[in-house]
Design a binder for this molecule. Sequence first.
Ligand SMILES: *Cc1c(COP(=O)(O)O)cnc(C)c1O
Length: 426
Amino acid sequence: MQRDTLVFDIIQKELQRQRHGLELIASENFTSLQVMQATGCVMTNKYAEGYPGRRYYGGCEFVDQTEQLAIERLKQIFGCEYANVQPHSGAQANGALLLAILQPGDPILGLDLSMGGHLTHGSPVNFSGKIYQPHFYGVTREEGLVDYEMLEAQARKVKPKLIICGASAYSRDWDYARIRRVADEVGAFLFCDMAHPAGLIAKNLLSSPFEHCHFVTSTTHKTLRGPRGGVIMMKKDFENPFGLKDAKGNIRMMSNLIDMAVFPGTQGGPLEHVIAAKAIAFGEILSDEFTDYARQIVSNAQAMAGAFVAKGYQIISGGTENHLMLIDLRNKNITGKKAEQVLNNADITINKNMVPYDDKSAFVTSGIRVGVPAITTRGMKEEHMQFVVNAIDNVLMNADDENTIATVRKSVNEFMNSFPLYPELG
Ligand SMILES: *Cc1c(COP(=O)(O)O)cnc(C)c1O
């Protein structure tokens, strides 16, 4: 077969883009070379429906070993009793979990998408809002913090079967114990989707949802810095409360229901090459190097937030405790959409984002979301955050001046040269 230079040339351009640009999308990161190598390995060829030791195909002795390693390492990271590493993505993990514990039409309660929540937490355009009956809580208008009183009032009113906490654009820690109290009061399961801050939770830099939530899901490619994928965990397995029994008449455990909801419920063959990469990434997370990385993320985010505030930017909730911040640009007279476009022209990548109580559409938005996991992986420290904020401010304050944007772009490209990315790739 002839080498497909058309595609490989495009991939090479993407490598150059990643090298030269300032990557501030809060959900992105750069995996290690070994994680990337595993995602391109021979295990992509293997069918392995089922779970280690009980597959529907022969020849699974080696993928069993890597999948088991991924499971054991993930359980060690979070000190939990159960882990499923097969979900293809965060959305797949959430889809499987909801399938395992809910019936169609069941009421669910999650954080509103426009307040920082995720599509899979009940949005009407997502399966979670079409199959189940979605209800929402928000953040307070004044402080931008999760409105626990509203959450409690909604829970008592709509009696959800499931309360979902966790977010995609929220810069503060969560009071899981408080949500668990109301979940117990109304008879709901509590589920934390820690897709964004999981890497910080792994190193105890944020409170752990595991003590209080029945179920926890995560992506593996955000702050966990692994390959694209999802996982589902439980601190403690427990007997399913639905009275479901197996063929021998034994009551099924929740772990059985979740495993069955992943496969055969929502997926076919697992991506064993990606699972091997997850095992490698989880091994990296267990290292002291990753502890330093996670701490540096928090320090960088706080330094960046301070630099933005000093320039008069309005950060929702006034600052950050994790890896990201949400900035309301209305006092700077530029929309999120325009900001995203002009920053992209300067090789600075962020995403537009609705702010709480936004008066603009999800397509235009009043804000941007900025995160530091990727630039922290590049090697940036607190002292580099001023350069980043100056560059962003310079572009936003001169959004119609192509010369300024070209100048910033040049300085960004030069700056990024001092933080090599995948030098092994030539
Ligand atoms: C990113 C994210 C997901 C979805 O992850 P995908 O891998 O993109 O499907 C789910 N939940 C939350 C809170 C997220 O931030």
